[in-house]
Design a protein around this ligand. Sequence first.
Ligand SMILES: Nc1ncnc2c1ncn2[C@@H]1O[C@H](COP(=O)(O)OP(=O)(O)OP(=O)(O)O)[C@@H](O)[C@H]1O
Ligand SMILES: [Mg+2]
Length: 218
Amino acid sequence: MRLHKRHDFPGKLLVVEGVDGSGKSTQLDLLRNWLVSKEQSVIFTEWNSSALISKTIKKAKQTNSLIPVTFSLLHATDFADRLENIIIPALKAGLIVLADRYCYTAFARDVARGVNKDWVRSLYGFSIRPDGAFYFQVPVEVSLSRIATSRRPGFYEAGMDIGLSSDPIESFQIFQSRIISEYDNMAEEFDFHVMPAEKTIHEQQMLFRQIATKILND
Ligand SMILES: Nc1ncnc2c1ncn2[C@@H]1O[C@H](COP(=O)(O)OP(=O)(O)OP(=O)(O)O)[C@@H](O)[C@H]1O
Ligand SMILES: [Mg+2]
């Protein structure tokens, strides 16, 4: 699996992972702005955004018509498209690639949906190993309270598709707790930098910059 080997492109790939509401996008935005202010060449890519497939995924989600395996396959297609057309070309060109979620999102979510762990990992066997994978670790109550201030959890976000509970909040808690435990189990296997995501935005950003700088200068 390419995920366990270092790539030899001149660029660097940094990815953020964690449950919904863990603060990934907040931290990655701040890091991006900081790197740009230092005149670094940065590009950004996020989960479920490929020109090829993201509209199909959004449509299928709107009609709640995905089952765990089709959910997994469609997201793998989105990822493969962005890897080949955005991430790898940028790394070849020596850019810093910042990815908001990476294949570990599938490893956590799809397995939490009951999909076989080895099957998901082999599905994403074409992935390349990031230079830094940052896991924003928070208890489920914190992520729920952060999300609740702006929106209700979505059908799939709450795991309503796998019938955990008819109550969206209860379902969210059960499903996201499963995802957190998958992430926790992966931390060592994939050398995650575990970020204390309950801390203030500023404290985490200082730590994020410090670790990122070390990786980028390596
Ligand atoms: N350290 C923090 N302390 C308090 N609130 C925070 C912190 N970090 C982020 N938030 C707030 O929590 C909410 C969710 O943050 P953000 O969108 O960055 O999470 P996310 O991990 O990207 O979620 P998603 O996976 O749903 O995209 C936002 O309103 C953000 O302002
Ligand atoms: Mg986000």
